[in-house]
Write a protein that binds this ligand. Structure first.
Ligand code: ADP
Ligand code: MG
Length: 459
C-alpha cells in the first residue's frame, strides 16, 4: 500500500476532527510500512506518538477497516528525519507545554532565507497557504484584495485588518498568505502568527512560570501580528486585558495587526468595549462561502494539483453536496479519491454518487433535527430521550441509527453528528455509524427498519 492511501485516510480524519487537532496530531504522519496486518506510521515527535497510539488509535482503525484495508494493529514510530533539520536551528523557538502536549508556541525569527519547510509540521504559518493557490470568488474578493494590500504595505492602511466569516472558508489561508508573502519579500520582518488559543495558553504559562516579560516582549516586538480565531477570547477577562495592551503597543508603533474571527466583533460575547472599538479602527471584512462556480474551480484546482482529471459531472456533483465549507469540500474530494485508489476504480459520477451519496436523496430542506425526530417517532421515543443522556438500550440503538442516517444520507461530519445528538465526543458518532453499518449486513430486520425511516424522511 502506498503513502497516497494513507494521505487519503488522513483526508477522512480531517473531516472527523477539529482543524487544530488535525494539524497538530495527524497532518505530518506518514505510512512507513504495511506488512502482515501491521501498519507502521512515522510521526514527528513523541507527543504525536502518544496521542495517536492512545486517544486516536481506535478512530484510525475504524477508518481503515471501513475502507476495507487489512490491518490488525497500528504502530507508531518517531522519525526525527520527518522534521527538517533546519527547524531545530535557533531561528525557531518551540516551547512544549507538557500539560497540553502540543507545541505551545511558534516564533518565526527573521532569517535571511525564509525557512518554509520548517513550518509545515506544526501549527504555525503553513507555507502551503499562498495567494496563488487561493481561488477568489465573489464572497472572498474583498478579503483577498485587502490581504494583498496589507501584504505589500504592512502597517500603513487597513490596520487592524479584521476578517470574519464561517468555518472552513479560507480565513486562515488568507491571513497566513499575508504572513508568507511578507516573510518572502522582506525577510527581516518579524511575523508572529498565533491562534488566540495559543496566545491564551502562553499567557497562562507565562504567569504560572513568572515569565510574563518574555511573553509580552515576544508579541510586542512583532512587526506583523496575526491572530487567528479571536472569538475564543470570549469570557477570558485577563487575556482580553493583555491582548488590549499588546494591540495598543503595536498599533501605536504602526505595526500591522491582522485578526480573524468566525463572527463580527460586536457578536463576540463579553468582548470589552475598548477591544471592540480597537477592532473597528481599521478595516472589517465579512467573508462569504464560495458560490457554486467557485466551488467547481476550487475542486478542479485541487484535483489537477494531484494530477487527477475529474469529469465535470463529478466536480459538479461534489460542489452541489458541500455548499458552505471548503475544508469539507476538500474532504469529500479526498474521500472519493481514497475510495478510487483503494478499490482501483475510476472516479466516475456513479462512483461519486455511491461514495458520497446522491444529491437527489439528500434534499436540502431536510434538517438534521428532522432526521432525529423521524427516527425517534419511528421508535416511539421522545426526541429529548434521543438527544439526552439516557443509556437504555431502547434509546441507545435508535440514537445510533439517527447518527448512521445523518452520516449515510447527509454526509455530515462526525463532530456535527455528535453535536446534533447532544454528544460531546465525536468518536461516539464514529463508533455508532460503524456499528450500525456492520449490523445492517447481518440483520435483515434492522435493514428494513432503517429503510423505512429513510423512506419517511423523503415524503
Ligand atoms: P477557515 O480558517 O476559514 O476556517 P481555512 O483557511 O482553514 O478556513 O480553509 C480550509 C481549507 O480550505 C484550507 O485547506 C484552505 O486552503 C482551503 N480553502 C479555503 N478557501 C479556499 C479558496 N478560496 N481557494 C483554495 N483553497 C481554499
Ligand atoms: Mg481558521
Amino acid at each position: 500500500m502506498q503513502d497516497s492511501v494513507w494521505q487519503a485516510v488522513l483526508g477522512e480524519v480531517e473531516l472527523s476532527v477539529s482543524h487544530g487537532n488535525y494539524v497538530t496530531w495527524f497532518k505530518n504522519s506518514r505510512l512507513l510500512r504495511h506488512k502482515d496486518g501491521v501498519m507502521t506510521i512515522g510521526v514527528t515527535n513523541i507527543f504525536m506518538k502518544q496521542q495517536l497510539s492512545g486517544k486516536w488509535n481506535q478512530m484510525l482503525m475504524d477508518i481503515l477497516i471501513r475502507n476495507g484495508i487489512d490491518v490488525q494493529s497500528l504502530e507508531f514510530k518517531v522519525q526525527t528525519g520527518l522534521i527538517s533539520k533546519k527547524s531545530m536551528e535557533p531561528d525557531e523557538i518551540i516551547l512544549h507545554n507538557p500539560v497540553a502536549e502540543r507545541p505551545l508556541q511558534t516564533i518565526t525569527r527573521p532569517s535571511s532565507t525564509p525557512n518554509h519547510e520548517s513550518h509545515s509540521y506544526r501549527q504555525g504559518i503553513n507555507s502551503r497557504y499562498t495567494f496563488d493557490n487561493f481561488i477568489v470568488g465573489s464572497g472572498s474578493d474583498l478579503a483577498y484584495a485587502a490581504c494583498q494590500a496589507v501584504a505589500s504595505n504592512p502597517g500603513t492602511k487597513y490596520n487592524p485588518l479584521f476578517l470574519y466569516g464561517g468555518v472552513g472558508i479560507g480565513k486562515t489561508h488568507l491571513i497566513q498568505a499575508v504572513g508568507n508573502t511578507i516573510a518572502l519579500n522582506k525577510p527581516q520582518t518579524r511575523v508572529v502568527y498565533a491562534t488566540i488559543e495559543q496566545f491564551v495558553q502562553e499567557f497562562l504559562h507565562a504567569i504560572r512560570y513568572k515569565k510574563a516579560g518574555g511573553f509580552a516582549e515576544h508579541y510586542r516586538s512583532a512587526d506583523v501580528l496575526i491572530i487567528d480565531d479571536i472569538q475564543f477570547i470570549a469570557g477570558k477577562e485577563k487575556t482580553q486585558e493583555e491582548f488590549f495592551h499588546t494591540f495598543n503597543a503595536l498599533h501605536q508603533a504602526n505595526k500591522q495587526v491582522i485578526i480573524s474571527s468566525d463572527r463580527p466583533p460586536k457578536d463576540i460575547p463579553t468582548l470589552q468595549d475598548r477591544l471592540l472599538s480597537r477592532f473597528s479602527m481599521g478595516m472589517t471584512i465579512d467573508m462569504q462561502a464560495p458560490d457554486f462556480e467557485t466551488r467547481c474551480v476550487i475542486l478542479q484546482a485541487k484535483s489537477s494539483n494531484l494530477n487527477i482529471s475529474l469529469g465535470e459531472d463529478v466536480i459538479e456533483h461534489i460542489a452541489h453536496l458541500v455548499t458552505n465549507n471548503v475544508r469539507e469540500l476538500e474532504g469529500f474530494l479526498n474521500q472519493l479519491l481514497a475510495h478510487c485508489e483503494m478499490r482501483k476504480v475510476e472516479p466516475t459520477l456513479a462512483v461519486a454518487e455511491e461514495v458520497l451519496g446522491s444529491i437527489k436523496r439528500r434534499p436540502k430542506h431536510i434538517s438534521a433535527r428532522q432526521v432525529i425526530e423521524k427516527t425517534a417517532k419511528y421508535y416511539q421515543l421522545n426526541i429529548e430521550d434521543i438527544v439526552g443522556p439516557k443509556r437504555d438500550k431502547e434509546i441507545v440503538v435508535p440514537r445510533q441509527i439517527a447518527m448512521y442516517l445523518l452520516r449515510e444520507e447527509f454526509g455530515m461530519s462526525f463532530p456535527k453528528i455528535a453535536h446534533e445528538l447532544g454528544r460531546k465526543d465525536h468518536t461516539t458518532a464514529i463508533h455508532s455509524v460503524t456499528k450500525i453499518g456492520n449490523e445492517i449486513a447481518l440483520s435483515a430486520s434492522l435493514r428494513e427498519q432503517i429503510d423505512t425511516i429513510r423512506e419517511r424522511l423523503y415524503v
